[in-house]
Design a protein around this ligand. Structure first.
Ligand SMILES: Nc1nc2c(ncn2[C@@H]2O[C@H](COP(=O)(O)OP(=O)(O)O)[C@@H](O)[C@H]2O)c(=O)[nH]1
Ligand SMILES: [Mg+2]
Length: 617
C-alpha cells in the first residue's frame, strides 16, 4: 500500500507556545474546524472524536494579534500533506515548528481501529503496537507546575524564577500576555512545564490587594482540577540589613501572615529569603574593618543566627507556626547551591502534599515539578524512575508476554517517557527523533562487544588532534546510524533469551539517562538552552568513549541470570540509573571542559554529510 493512498486520521490538534496566536482554524475539504484557546494556558487545542479523516492537502490558519502593528490582526496559512504527516510520525504524533508555534497532530496509526478499546483504555502492552507513554497520562492530568511567587518589587523574584526554570534570557516579551498580575498566568516559550503567578505583595497604596490575593488563592485552593490548583507558593523577602534601617515586610504582609494557615491551608509554602549574598558580604565587611580573623564557616554561622533573629523568628511569631520551611538564597553564580536547595525543598514539600490522589494512583504533581525545574538533574532522574515504575519497567522485567514488535514499541515509549521527564528546551524535537534513538541503540548494542576491540579513548583523542576534527564529527565514525536494524534483531530474540533482552532494556535506560544527564550539564551553564544536534552528539560521544559506559555495561552483563524476572531487578536497575556519570571523574572533567566552540557545527545527523569522509581519507 502506498503512503498516499493511506487515510490520515487526526484525533487531536494542539498549538504549543501559541503566544500571540488568538485562534486557529483547521480546514479540511472546505470544512472549518475551530482550534480554541484553553482556559488560561497559552495552548490552543481541539479534539476530534470520531477522528477527522484526510487524504488530500489540508490547511491550518493562525490568527495572531500584532500589538506593534497598525493592522491588529494577521493571518497565516500553513499547508499539510497527509503522506508527509504519516511518514514523519513519532509516537503517533506529528510535529511541525512554524516560527514560535509548534503544531502537534495526534494521529491514529493506520493499522489501528479508529476508536477501538486500545485508544481508550491504554493497555499495558497491546499487540496492535499502540502503547501510551506514562508521561502522556501525567501531563494530561497536569501539564504544568503552577507556582505563586509573592514579594515586594525588587526583592529578586524574577531572577529566581529565571534561574530555577531555566529561562535565563526571559525578557518581558517572553511572557504572555503582558503585565504581571496575580490573576494572569505567566508562561515562557523556553519552558512549557511551568506557569507562574507573580504577585508584588502589599505595598503602600495597594492595601486592597490583600483582598484580591486572598480571593485568588481561595479560588485555586477549592478548584477540583489538580492542574488548576496552586502546587507551591514562594513567599519572598529580601534579607533586611538592620543597620541600614531595612524592614523585613510591609504591614499588609504582616496581616497576610497572621492569617496564613487560613489562607494558604495545605498548599506547600516556602519562605524564601533573598539576596543572601548581601548579608554575608555585609558581615565580612564589618569584620574586615574590625580586623577580625574569620573563616567561611564563621560567616555562615553568623548569617544563620542573623536570619534566625531577623527573619525566621518574626515570621514564627506572626504565623504562630514553629515549623516553617525556609531557605536563604542568592541569584549570584557562586551561591548556585542555594538555588538547588530551594528547588529540592520545593520538590520535597510538593511530594509530601501531593502524594496520592483518589482512585487514580500517584499524583502527577511531583513529576511535573521535577520536569519544570532546570537546576537539579537528580530530580529528573528520580522522577523518570518513578514514571518508569508506573508501567513499563514492571512489564519488561516481569517478563510480560510481548512478541516481536512490541519490544521495539516498549523501548520507544520508555525513551519518550525519559526524554519528557527531562524537559529540555528542544523545539525541533531532536531528542524524540529517530536519529537520536538510533544512536542510543548503537550505544546499547556495544553491550555485545568486547571492550578491548573498541576505539580506546586515547586513540580517539589522537584522532581529534591530528585531524582537527570536532568531537561532534566523531559520532558517525564510532556509531552506526543504522542501529534500528539492531533493535529488530534483538527484539526478535524473545522468550528463551529473556535475560539478554532485559539486559538491553537496562542498558538502554541507563545509557539514555547518562547521556541526558551530560546534556543537562552542557546546557545548564549556557544562556542559550535550545538543544542543537552538536550538543547531543557531543554528549553521546563523550559517554560512548568513557570508562563509565564500559563499567555500566560490564555491571549489567555480570548480573546473574537469576535476578531477571525476579523482584530484585527493579532495585538493581534503580541503583545503576541513580549512580550518575559524575562518578567517573575523567568523564566529569571532560564534560565540564567542553567549550561552546566544540559544540558548534555539523548540524546534520547523517554520517555521509559529515567530516567522516575526511577521516576516511
Ligand atoms: N545582590 C543581589 N541582587 C539581586 C539578587 N537577585 C536579584 N538581584 C537584583 O535585584 C534587582 C531586582 O530583581 P528582580 O529579580 O527584578 O526582582 P523582582 O522585582 O522581585 O522580580 C535586580 O537589579 C537584580 O539584579 C541577588 O540574589 N543578590
Ligand atoms: Mg519581577
Amino acid at each position: 500500500m502506498s503512503k498516499s493512498s493511506q487515510v490520515l486520521r487526526i484525533s487531536r490538534i494542539e498549538l504549543q507556545s501559541a503566544g500571540k496566536v488568538e485562534s486557529a482554524q483547521l480546514t479540511i475539504r472546505g470544512s472549518p474546524y475551530e482550534v480554541q484557546k484553553q482556559q488560561d494556558d497559552n495552548i490552543l487545542s481541539a479534539k476530534f472524536s470520531p477522528p477527522l479523516e484526510v487524504q488530500e492537502l489540508f490547511s491550518l490558519s493562525l490568527n495572531r494579534t500584532r500589538a506593534l502593528c497598525i493592522q491588529k490582526w494577521s493571518r497565516k496559512k500553513i499547508s499539510f500533506d497527509p503522506s508527509e504527516v504519516l511518514s514523519n510520525l513519532e509516537d503517533h504524533q506529528f510535529r511541525k515548528v512554524q516560527g514560535n508555534v509548534t503544531i502537534v497532530l495526534d494521529v491514529i496509526p493506520p493499522n489501528q481501529p479508529p476508536d477501538g478499546p486500545a485508544t481508550r483504555c491504554a493497555p499495558l502492552l497491546s499487540h496492535s503496537g499502540l502503547l501510551t507513554p506514562s508521561t502522556e497520562e501525567v501531563l494530561k492530568q497536569c501539564p504544568r507546575f503552577r507556582i505563586l511567587v509573592m514579594g515586594k518589587t525588587g526583592v529578586g523574584k524574577t531572577s529566581l524564577i529565571n534561574s530555577a526554570f531555566g529561562i535565563n534570557d526571559a525578557r518581558p516579551e517572553h511572557y504572555e500576555p503582558g503585565e504581571a498580575n496575580i490573576d494572569t498566568p505567566l508562561c515562557s516559550k523556553l519552558n512549557d512545564r511551568f506557569v507562574l503567578h507573580d504577585s508584588k505583595g502589599f505595598e503602600a497604596g495597594e492595601e486592597d490587594n490583600l483582598y484580591n490575593v486572598k480571593a485568588f488563592i481561595e479560588r485555586r485552593k477549592t478548584h477540583g482540577d489538580v492542574k488548576e490548583q496552586l502546587h507551591a507558593v514562594w513567599l519572598a523577602f529580601q534579607v533586611p540589613l538592620e543597620r541600614f534601617g531595612q524592614r523585613l515586610m510591609e504591614v499588609g504582609m504582616e496581616e497576610f501572615l497572621q492569617e496564613k494557615s487560613n489562607i494558604l491551608g495545605d498548599i506547600p509554602t516556602i519562605f524564601v529569603f533573598t539576596k543572601y549574598d548581601m548579608l554575608t558580604e555585609d558581615i565580612e565587611r564589618r569584620w574586615i574593618l574590625s580586623r577580625r580573623n574569620y573563616t567561611q564557616a564563621d560567616v555562615d554561622l553568623e548569617a544563620d543566627q542573623y536570619l534566625q533573629q531577623h527573619c525566621i523568628q518574626p515570621i514564627q511569631d506572626l504565623t504562630k507556626q514553629s515549623d516553617i520551611p525556609y531557605i536563604a538564597v542568592s541569584s549570584k553564580g557562586r551561591y548556585a547551591r542555594t538555588l538547588k536547595g530551594l528547588t529540592e525543598l520545593t520538590h520535597q514539600k510538593v511530594s509530601e502534599s501531593f502524594a496520592q490522589q483518589h482512585g487514580t494512583g500517584p499524583s502527577p504533581v511531583p513529576t511535573v515539578t521535577a520536569m519544570a525545574q532546570r537546576v537539579v538533574p537528580w530530580l529528573n532522574i528520580e522522577e523518570s524512575i518513578n514514571v518508569g515504575k508506573r508501567k513499563y519497567w514492571t512489564a519488561v522485567f516481569a517478563g510480560a508476554d510481548f512478541s516481536g514488535n512490541t519490544i521495539e514499541d516498549c523501548i520507544g515509549v520508555i525513551h519518550t517517557d525519559i526524554v519528557k521527564v527531562w524537559n529540555f528546551y528542544d523545539p525541533s524535537g531532536f531528542l524524540l527523533c529517530g536519529h537520536f534513538r538510533d544512536f542510543m541503540m548503537g550505544v546499547v548494542n556495544t553491550l555485545d562487544k568486547s571492550p578491548t576491540k573498541e576505539i580506546a579513548p586515547n586513540n580517539a583523542e589522537l584522532v581529534f588532534r591530528r585531524y582537527g576534527i570536532a568531537l561532534v564529527a566523531m559520532l558517525p565514525i564510532i556509531l552506526p546510524l543504522s542501529a534500528g536494524a539492531a533493535v529488530i534483531k534483538w527484539a526478535r530474540a524473545t522468550y528463551e533469551r529473556m535475560p539478554d533482552v532485559q539486559r538491553r532494556f537496562m542498558a538502554y535506560i541507563t545509557d539514555l539517562t547518562h547521556v541526558l544527564d551530560i546534556i543537562f550539564t552542557l546546557t545548564a551553564s549556557r544562556d542559550e538552552k535550545k538543544l542543537t544536534t552538536g550538543i547531543i552528539k557531543t554528549a553521546i560521544v563523550l559517554y560512548h568513549m568513557s570508562q563509565r559506559r564500559r563499567d555500566v555495561h560490564t555491571k549489567i552483563k555480570e548480573f546473574p541470570v537469576a535476578i531477571f524476572g525476579g523482584r530484585d531487578v527493579n532495585a538493581e536497575l534503580e541503583s545503576i540509573v541513580k549512580s550518575r556519570y559524575t562518578t567517573d571523574g575523567d568523564l566529569k572533567e571532560r564534560v565540564e571542559n567542553i567549550t561552546p566552540e566544540e559544540l558548534e557545527g555539523d548540524e546534520d545527523w547523517d554520517p555521509s554529510q559529515s567530516h567522516g569522509d575526511k577521516l576516511a581519507k
